[in-house]
Ligand binder design. Structure first.
Ligand code: SF4
Ligand code: SF4
Length: 219
């Protein structure tokens, strides 16, 4: 899901080329690839021949890549520790076959079909002269539909709302610079308006403003 966001796989390969070990954090996207998977995706994984759990499928995708040095995973029970140890012990690079990648691709399609704006997070639209965090806003907007309303708004508050310099879509002056560079042809100006409206209803607006004041005062 995050192959092109932040450093992504290109970063993984570049680090490996330089002999730098890479440690994967949030391999299950904070549990979102497990608990918040759409039911259709959960059923598809459960009915696949290897009967992997969603967590196992995600871990094996990572362990399949020789450039990955270590995978960090939060565990809340002994059962999770045992499952993770079992998967790590019998995983090795190159173990996944065509049918596994086809399954992963279908799961990804299902998640993406819930997405509101087809932003890949490439960042070609950036920087915005008004300081708007365009990919950050779309990522949170999409999370409202692929995960939950609260998850999207929470991410928005954290990633966009609490920056030192304000980066809200409402700062957009419709100069159009970003739209000229978007390879996905997204109507960024319009979509940003919708995203901000959905992500920042009044109580969130007030909450984010209060949190900003408190955090910036204590810095
Ligand atoms: S149209 Fe809005 S978001 Fe895009 S670059 Fe201009 S000010 Fe920034
Ligand atoms: S250029 Fe388009 S796809 Fe890339 S981050 Fe900006 S809005 Fe998203």
């Amino acid at each position: 899901m995050d192959e092109v966001s932040q450093a992504g796989r290109a970063g993984l390969l570049a680090a490996h080329d330089k002999g730098i070990p890479v440690v994967i954090m949030e391999p299950l996207r904070g549990g979102k690839l497990v608990d918040l998977l759409p039911a259709e995706a959960k059923n598809l994984i459960a009915s696949s021949p290897k009967k992997y759990s969603p967590a196992e499928l995600a871990f094996r995708w990572l362990f399949d890549q020789p450039e990955v040095t270590c995978v960090l995973s939060g565990m809340n029970s002994l059962a999770m520790v045992e499952e993770n140890c079992r998967i790590a012990s019998d995983s090795e690079p190159g173990m996944l076959g065509e049918e596994d990648f086809a399954l992963i691709s279908k799961v990804k399609q299902i998640i993406n079909s819930k997405i509101k704006v087809g932003c890949t997070g490439c960042g070609y639209c950036m920087p915005c002269p008004q300081g708007v965090d365009i990919p950050g806003a779309f990522k949170a907007y999409n999370a409202m539909y692929t995960e939950s309303k609260f998850a999207g708004r929470f991410e928005y508050a954290q990633v966009v709302g609490l920056r030192k310099e304000k980066a809200f879509p409402s700062q957009c002056v419709a100069c159009g610079k970003c739209e000229k560079h978007c390879p996905q042809g997204i109507h960024i100006i319009e979509e940003l308006k919708k995203a901000d409206k959905a992500l920042r209803p009044l109580p969130f607006k007030i909450g984010i403003e209060a949190a900003r004041r408190f955090i910036l005062k204590t810095k």
